[in-house]
Structures are given as C-alpha cells and as structure tokens.
Design a binder for this molecule. Structure first.
Ligand SMILES: *[C@@H]1O[C@H](CO)[C@@H](O)[C@H](O)[C@H]1NC(C)=O
Length: 280
C-alpha cells in the first residue's frame, strides 16, 4: 500500500504522540554520594499533575518536603534517601535509580524518566534493570548511567561522612567504592540491602555496557521518588516489567507520595525485597 505525502503528513502527529523515547547504547558506572539528587530541585522537568521533584531526606533519612532545601553536600540539610537503592525483582530484572546523561538531552528531558537497561557485557550480560533518572553529573559522558548503589564510591561529592559517619573519603575508593561483599556488613541498616545487591543480583559486575530504551516508569520506582514526568504516560511500559510480578521497594523512608498509573492491574501485598543470596 502506498500513502501520498499529504496522507503521511496528516498522520505525522499520531507518530509523534506515540512517544518513542530515548534509546541507544551506553555505559554504566556506580556511585552513592548521599547528596541531594539534582532532579530533587524544582523546575527541572515538566512533571505530571500531583507529582513532585525527586524526594530527598534529612540527615536522619526522613523525607524533607521543601524542594528548595539545599544539599548536605553544600552545607545544607538535604540528602539522598536510602530507598533510592537498587533491588532485585527477579533473577533477570532489577529496579533502581541512576544519575544520567543522555546524548542530545538535558535534565528537562531525562529528570524522572525511566530507562530499561539491558546489560551487554560482564557477568550480568542479558539481564535487565529499569532505572529512574534522579540525578546527573558534571563528569558524566553521553549515554552514561551512573547507577545509585550504596558503597559504589562517592565520586566528586561526599555527603556520606556527614550523614552516616562513613570514612572521610566515603566507603572504599572515591570512584568505585568498596571492593568486597563483606564490606557491606558494617553499613548502616538502611543501606545494607542495596550494598549487597551489587554482589548478589549484579554479580559484582564492574561498569557493564548497556543498550537502553526509555520506558514508562514502573509504579514501584515512582513510589519512592514521588516524581513522574508529564510525558511518562505516553511511553510504552517495559516488557520486562509487565512480565515480572510487581515488586515492592526496599523498606525505608517512604513518604506518602505520587504513584504513577501502572499498566499492571493489581499489586500483591507488599513483601520485603528478596534476601541476598550467596554469590556463586
Ligand atoms: C522554591 O524557590 C523558588 C525560587 O526562589 C520559589 O519560586 C518557589 O516558590 C520555592 N518553592 C517552595 C515550595 O518554597
């Protein structure tokens, strides 16, 4: 069948409405700096009605409601909430958060957007992780996802010494963080599960490469951040998320917050995240 140019032009708005989102290949790194995430500031992106910038917490890991509270990494009172940690949904799917930089975009295009990552190297090759962008970084290259993993290294800024009494340069190396699972044993209770995740579900992977595709945010991710974009509902849901049972987030400072409409009909009663299983 052939369409005239006129017909194609008439159809164009419909193609544009079916938002394809950002996609491509990229890299990952990891960090946990305890600082107020950049997407926690007001005005970064066009958000859904009833939604707020990324939730942040005070020095005791309790939610702060003033979006203008300045970062504990700059003398202020706001820190990263512990529930912005990764967790396993099943053996092949994890949820979490990341500081991102998408080529050709800006915070206006990625703050609070969700991306389905398919790992393409290392021990996790083939596994998928859906992350919500909560932050960015001046040192991130294009299509880089800096995964928020407790103990992943503080990077440029360190709020972890103030907030949790971490060693002066953060836990482990400034870039990369701790280097063994047992180092998580002495972490604050609120950060332990996220720390162990790196050695369990993530199999100690070290900056694996990825293919990524922007997707509608799973409700379990927006429930922790309270942040959903206005354009989120125009994106396709991640196939991996539809196939997986709905998972609850780690129990942590969880404000009563915005829950995005989810394509999953009902969610089972909240259950704790899977207990860490020994690495093989
Ligand atoms: C945050 O600060 C901006 C700029 O000063 C101001 O316009 C806005 O009303 C403040 N928001 C709140 C919730 O106080």
């Amino acid at each position: 069948m052939q369409f005239s140019t006129k017909t194609l032009l008439a159809l164009l708005p419909y193609f544009i409405q079916a938002n394809a989102g950002a996609s491509g290949s990229g890299t990952t790194t990891r960090y946990w700096d305890c600082c107020k995430p950049s997407c926690a500031w007001p005005g970064k992106a066009n958000l859904a009605a009833g939604s707020n910038p990324v939730q942040m917490c005070d020095i005791n890991n309790n939610p702060i409601s003033d979006p203008n509270a300045s970062s504990g990494c700059g003398g202020g009172t706001a820190y990263q909430c512990s529930n912005e940690s990764p967790w396993a949904v099943n053996d092949n799917l994890a949820y979490g958060y990341a500081a991102v930089n998408i080529e050709g975009g800006s915070e206006a295009s990625w703050c609070c957007a969700c991306y389905e990552l398919t790992f393409t190297s290392g021990p996790v090759a083939g596994k998928k992780m859906i992350v919500q962008a909560t932050n960015t970084g001046g040192d991130l290259a294009g299509n880089q996802f800096d995964l928020s993993i407790p103990g992943g290294g503080v990077g440029i800024f360190n709020g972890c010494t103030n907030e949790w009494g971490a060693p002066a340069g953060g836990w482990g190396a400034q870039y990369g963080g701790i280097s063994s699972r047992s180092s998580c044993d002495s972490f604050p209770a609120a950060l332990k599960d996220g720390c162990y995740w790196r050695y369990d579900w993530f199999m100690g992977a070290d900056n694996p490469t990825i293919d990524f595709q922007q997707v509608a945010c799973p409700a379990a991710l927006t429930a922790n951040t309270g942040c959903a974009r206005a354009d989120d509902s125009s994106l396709p849901a991640a196939a991996a998320a539809l196939a997986a049972p709905v998972s609850s987030s780690p129990a942590a400072a969880s404000p009563s917050s915005y829950v995005a409409p989810s394509p999953v009909a009902s969610s089972p009663a909240a259950s704790s995240p899977a207990a860490p299983s020994p690495s093989t």
